[in-house]
Write a protein that binds this ligand. Structure first.
Ligand SMILES: C[S@@+](CC[C@H](N)C(=O)[O-])C[C@H]1O[C@@H](n2cnc3c(N)ncnc32)[C@H](O)[C@@H]1O
Length: 256
């Protein structure tokens, strides 16, 4: 038997006061700055230390994606737009074993990368998990493994936040070896069953936080990779009436 990598159901707990601070930053935070990085930092710097507790209750695609992510012994895994490196928590019991050769987490927001580095230090993941502060769309970003050398590239809830989103998918494609897998989850618009008023509502609401929903994300992934798994579902948000649900997807594809 080949066996299966051990995964953990990651579910950090927060307090109501923490949630209120995050909601304040999300709803009333002023996004400013000329560059994409400055804008991200202005959005995240007041909530970075509280990010995980709140987000795991609204980023519903991450758990199914991390539970299904293909992992083979000696896996080289790159998580693009990986924020606080919380996806690594789903593999907290196996990341230091021979299931993983190396894990790279790339993010452009300094305050989130700082939380990620603290997570690596606290868990003694140093040497195995590298945090790279930089642009996930940049094929020349220093510290990334060579083209065609990675087994898995994941991107959770970052494609909608990257204005030049096709470039991050292109970078993932470049990094993967043939037969390697891309794993993406994010908010989306549901071409099959979502009312047009609902599409307009979520598109507008998210755009106020510089998050851009786009039906083309899934179709582009399907064109670039051989589809292995796709699920589209509807997710709730903490403190928002349960009737208001937004579609999200989890996609796993293989580089041919
Ligand atoms: C909603 S967060 C998701 C973070 C993490 N993947 C998760 O699932 O919790 C979006 C992330 O994309 C990152 N991001 C946006 N544009 C980026 C870029 N060009 N390069 C790297 N990271 C980027 C942000 O800094 C942020 O951490």
């Amino acid at each position: 038997m080949v066996g299966e990598v051990e995964r953990t159901d990651y579910a950090p707990q927060g307090t109501i006061m923490d949630d209120l601070r995050v909601l304040k930053a999300m709803w009333f935070g002023n996004i400013k700055g000329g560059s994409h990085q400055d804008q991200l930092e202005s959005f995240y710097n007041k909530q970075a230390h509280l990010y995980d507790q709140y987000r795991h209750r609204m980023l519903h695609g991450r758990k199914p994606l991390m539970m299904k992510m293909p992992v083979q012994k000696g896996c080289v895994w790159v998580d693009l737009g990986g924020g606080t490196a919380s996806n690594v928590e789903f593999f907290s019991k196996s990341v230091m074993t021979d299931w993983f050769d190396k894990v790279y987490v790339v993010d452009l927001t300094p305050s989130l990368a700082k939380v990620a580095k603290k997570r690596v230090a606290d868990n003694k993941w140093g040497g195995k998990v590298e945090i790279i502060l930089g642009d996930a769309t940049d094929p020349k970003l220093e510290g990334l493994p060579p083209s065609g050398s990675c087994d898995v590239v994941s991107i959770s809830y970052a494609v909608t936040m990257i204005p030049n989103w096709k470039d991050v998918l292109q970078n993932a494609y470049r990094l993967l070896k043939p037969g390697g897998h891309i794993c993406v989850c994010d908010f989306t618009l549901d071409a099959k069953s979502q009312w047009s008023a609902s599409k307009k509502f979520w598109k507008y609401l998210f755009s106020t936080d510089h998050i851009y929903l786009n039906e083309e994300h899934i179709t582009t992934l399907q064109t670039m990779f051989e589809e292995k798994h796709l699920e589209v579902s509807y997710g709730t948000f903490p403190y928002v009436p349960r009737l208001l649900k937004c579609p999200y997807y989890a996609f796993i594809g293989m580089k041919k």
